[in-house]
Design a protein around this ligand. Structure first.
Ligand SMILES: Nc1nc2c(ncn2[C@@H]2O[C@H](COP(=O)(O)OP(=O)(O)OP(=O)(O)O)[C@@H](O)[C@H]2O)c(=O)[nH]1
Ligand SMILES: [Zn+2]
Length: 182
C-alpha cells in the first residue's frame, strides 16, 4: 500500500524526495489501514461474551456515538453520529460493545444506508432483542469538498427491526427519547 501511495503522490506532480513527504507513503498506508480496520475485526471477538442476564424489557438507548467512515464511491470520509436503541429480551449487552459494533462496520468502505442496516442487524443477532432501532446522521466530504459542494446538508438514515418496525408507539418512544439531551 505504501508503494501505491508513493505512486499517487508522484502522479499529482509532487516531489517524493522533499523532506515533508519522505515518510508520507508509510504514514498514509498506516492511516488507511487504521481507517479500514473493521475488516480485521469480528463481532464475536469484539463483543467478548459481554451479555448479561436481565429482567428489564424497557428501551435502552445509546445516543451520539461518534462515527467516522469512508464512502465507498470516493474514499472520502463521512462523519457524524449514530443513535442506537433496543428492547432487551432476557439479556442486555455491555454498553461499550454497542459503540464497538458501530466501529466495526464504520471502519470499512461504506454507504450510509448499508452501514445503518448492518449495525441494526448485528445488534439484533447478538442480543436477541425484541426490537432494534438505529439512526445515523452524517456529513459526507464527497458532497462538501468536491462535486456538488454543499456544506450544510446532512444525510439521515434509519433501520428499524422487530417491535421498532411493527409498533408505532415503540418507534415514537425511541424518537422522543432521542430528542432529549443531557
Ligand atoms: N446513497 C448514498 N449515496 C452516497 C453515499 N456516499 C456518497 N454517495 C453518492 O454516490 C454517488 C456517486 O455518483 P456518481 O455519479 O457515480 O459519482 P460522481 O460523478 O463523483 O458524483 P458527484 O458526487 O455528484 O460528483 C454520488 O451521488 C454521491 O453523493 C452514501 O452513503 N449513500
Ligand atoms: Zn462519496
Amino acid at each position: 500500500m505504501q508503494d501505491k501511495f508513493a505512486s499517487i503522490i508522484n502522479e499529482i506532480g509532487e516531489d517524493l524526495e522533499r523532506p515533508g513527504l519522505k515518510d508520507t507513503p508509510k504514514r498514509a498506508a498506516e492511516a488507511f489501514k487504521f481507517l479500514t480496520r473493521g475488516y480485521q475485526q469480528s463481532v464475536d471477538t469484539v463483543v467478548n461474551d459481554a451479555l448479561f442476564p436481565s429482567d428489564s424489557n424497557e428501551m435502552v438507548i445509546v445516543q451520539d456515538i461518534e462515527l467516522y467512515s469512508l464512502c465507498e464511491h470516493h474514499l472520502l470520509p463521512f462523519i457524524g453520529k449514530c443513535h442506537v436503541g433496543y428492547i432487551p429480551q432476557g439479556q442486555v449487552i455491555g454498553l461499550s460493545k454497542i459503540a464497538r459494533i458501530v466501529d466495526i462496520f464504520a471502519r470499512r468502505l461504506q454507504i450510509q444506508e448499508q452501514l445503518t442496516t448492518q449495525i441494526a442487524n448485528t445488534i439484533a443477532d447478538v442480543t436477541g432483542a425484541e426490537g432494534v432501532g438505529v439512526i445515523i446522521e452524517a456529513r459526507h466530504m464527497c458532497m462538501m469538498m468536491r462535486g456538488v459542494q454543499k456544506q450544510n446538508s446532512a444525510m439521515k438514515t434509519s433501520a428499524m427491526l422487530g417491535s421498532f418496525q411493527t409498533q408505532q408507539s415503540t418507534r415514537e418512544e425511541f424518537l422522543a427519547l432521542l430528542s432529549t439531551r443531557l
